[in-house]
Design a protein around this ligand. Structure first.
Ligand code: ZN
Length: 230
């Protein structure tokens, strides 16, 4: 037995199983014209998840797995010497559709280094990231968010834009999973840049918080994309 869904059946609200649809008689025997009502274009809402200080084991791989499960992409500001230690992790971050960007070679306060040190911190990291991803990072996140006009000028001279954040989960201080979740969600809006860490210590709380953050934001209609670094 087969049933035909008709536009008429839909129009009278009998969008249901084929069994019930059988009770709705088509109003005409003529061919229906299917007209689709264009949905109002949904304004895309995005949050930028960012992870600093990696790559590290086992946290970076755990975070990648969670991001993939939620169809989310993130931006990883990696430390050059960690890239040198775990090159295949950096490659995986990139291959899974995330963005790998520059967080210096050894995490110094860029306000306090010489011009030569600034350059080597950035360019050495560039080289190691490029070897794994094939591209040169265009974004630089200064450690501790320590920036000023000189840091910006030096960054620009090396072709970098400074990228900070708008929401600091302070996950590195291990305040507890629920606190990390609450901080990530507290004042979030479209365009928010959320700071978390996949390196620099035990990040198990960050890993535990991430699915809850992603689930909640997804339910609120947010997508997750990489920061623009071109
Ligand atoms: Zn950092």
């Amino acid at each position: 037995m087969s049933f035909r869904f008709t536009i008429a059946a839909v129009a009278v609200g009998l969008i249901t199983t084929s069994g019930l649809a059988a009770t709705a008689a088509p109003t005409t025997g003529t061919t229906s014209t299917v007209s689709t009502v264009a949905a109002a274009p949904a304004r895309a809402k995005y949050v930028y998840l960012t992870f600093d200080d990696g790559p590290s084991t086992p946290y970076t791989a755990q975070i990648l797995k969670i991001l993939r499960a939620y169809g989310a992409r993130a931006t990883f500001f990696e430390i050059g010497r960690n890239v040198a230690r775990y090159p295949s992790l950096t490659r995986r971050v990139d291959q899974m559709g995330n963005s790998v960007q520059n967080h210096t070679w050894s995490h110094p306060n860029l306000r306090k280094v010489s011009s030569a040190t600034f350059r080597s911190q950035v360019q050495k990291t560039d080289r190691y990231i490029r070897a794994q991803t094939g591209y040169t990072p265009r974004c630089l996140r200064p450690p501790y968010g320590a920036t000023n006009k000189l840091v910006s000028r030096r960054a620009a001279a090396l072709g970098k834009s400074i990228r900070l954040w708008t929401i600091d989960t302070r996950d590195w201080s291990r305040p507890g999973t629920s606190v990390i979740v609450r901080r990530a969600l507290a004042n979030v809006h479209s365009g928010s840049v959320i700071l978390m860490h996949d390196g620099g210590g035990n990040r198990s709380q960050t890993v535990a918080a991430l699915p809850k953050i992603l689930r909640t934001l997804k339910a609120r209609g947010y997508g997750f994309t990489t920061m623009s670094c071109t």
